[in-house]
Design a binder for this molecule. Structure first.
Ligand code: C5P
Length: 234
């Protein structure tokens, strides 16, 4: 059953926690990303956990293996339920991330899911700043197959790629899809977008939605409408 993850892209803890309280009992997951974590730090993870949410710490680690290993270990010690790295970091970085995860887990703690970002959903063909770049969806599939081989728990990808990734990597390999836009919503900076219904039909396990909920006049209603659309698709 697919789960909704709300992206708390806010500039401070007060605005983020106030949005989280509004969505309590509606969405099970909150995502802390670069803007909020850089401004407010680890207390965002503990604050959201205290409110009863599962927390996805979306810091997209991409560095040398030793640094990523330590970063994942620290993220796990904060109590994050899901963390991510970039698939483009390759095998040694991915395996170091999994080691960091194992080192950070306390006795009795459920290890978080460690996902690999394939291609950002804001990137379409032609956006990769390299000559003769491959098609983003093909590249996402290749990176997902590699991430699975390296022992990661799943990937961050567009809803457009989920079906092929599940076919290649198996149904238990998690797919988390940002770039979700209800039919009536603005795409904004996102490019490879799908509706909540399509993402669920394609087999996505987690749908990340930010602005269509957090910028809505009534965020709780917007979240409920998305959850209803997700259950209709099942
Ligand atoms: O507001 P919107 O629904 O576009 O938010 C999507 C969220 O998912 C943002 O927080 C963004 O950083 C994140 N994300 C993404 N594409 C990825 C990975 C994460 O859009 N590949």
């Amino acid at each position: 059953m697919a789960e909704l993850v709300v992206a708390l892209d806010f500039k401070d803890a007060d605005s983020a926690l106030s949005m989280a309280r509004t969505l309590r009992g509606t969405a099970p997951w909150m995502k802390v990303g670069l803007e909020l974590f850089t401004a407010e730090g680890p207390k965002m993870v503990s604050g959201l956990k205290e409110l009863g949410f599962k927390v996805f710490l979306d810091l997209k680690f991409f560095d040398i293996p030793n640094t990523v290993q330590g970063a994942v270990r620290s993220a796990v010690r904060l109590g994050a339920d899901m963390v991510n790295i970039h698939a483009l970091g390759g095998e040694r970085m991915a395996r170091a991330a999994m080691e960091g995860c194992a080192e950070g887990v306390a006795p009795g703690q459920t290890p978080p899911l460690v996902l690999a970002v394939t291609m950002l959903t804001s990137m379409a063909a032609g956006d990769l700043p390299v000559e003769s770049a491959p098609d983003p969806s093909e590249m996402a599939l290749d990176l997902a197959v590699k991430a699975k081989q390296y022992g990661l728990n799943g990937v961050v990808c567009s809803g457009l790629e989920v079906e092929r990734i599940k076919a290649a990597c198996g149904s238990s390999f998690a797919c988390l899809t940002p770039g979700i836009r209800p039919a009536s919503a603005e795409a904004g900076d996102q490019r490879r977008v799908v509706t909540p219904e399509r993402a669920v039909r394609n087999g996505s396990d987690f749908l990340v939605v930010g602005r269509p909920i957090t910028k809505a006049e009534r965020p709780e209603e917007a979240a409920r409408a998305i959850i209803e659309e997700m259950s209709r698709a099942r």
